[in-house]
Ligand binder design. Sequence first.
Ligand SMILES: Nc1ncnc2c1ncn2[C@@H]1O[C@H](COP(=O)(O)OP(=O)(O)OP(=O)(O)O)[C@@H](O)[C@H]1O
Length: 172
Amino acid sequence: MSKVIALANQKGGTGKTTTTVNLGIGLAMRGKKVLLVDADAQGNLTDSLGFHEPDNLPVSLATVLTKSMLEEPYESDEGILRHAEGVDLMPGNIELSAIEVSLVNTMSRETVLRSYINTVKDRYDYVLIDCMPSLGMMTINALAAADSVIIPVQAHYLPAKGMTQLLQTIAK
Ligand SMILES: Nc1ncnc2c1ncn2[C@@H]1O[C@H](COP(=O)(O)OP(=O)(O)OP(=O)(O)O)[C@@H](O)[C@H]1O
């Protein structure tokens, strides 16, 4: 059974993307099937894995989420990129910023990402979601899709405060 993990902290630069890449590739090296999902409009995870122009990719997470919201069909592996280190990637890019806005007026707006992940997760042991540094709709969607959450925190006051606020959100 697959496990979905969100890497979240609304404070920026705490190591979400770095942890997603290293945890994902570490799991793949142990023979696990891993899908990394870039749910951050900055596209840093996508860039880190060698896809240096995320905004020019023809299909990304925003594409399939839009189709899902419009109830249009899409292939179950649509947009998923294969990486030489043995992980799969659903890339993310600037189009996710528009998705944040569209989600606000969508039915079941907290569970659009979960619905998408439910269509692909059976092929994977782990699905890791790299979140935006915000508590916006995409992060709420990632939390709703996840079985568990990893909150990378620097040993500083503000990132630790971000963790406390996030734990309060998760508790709701
Ligand atoms: N364990 C670590 N030790 C030291 N530096 C780290 C560690 N993890 C990440 N970094 C560095 O911290 C910086 C921010 O890391 P990263 O981009 O992974 O954070 P992020 O939380 O994903 O950022 P954002 O909030 O912008 O999405 C990078 O320069 C990265 O190299």
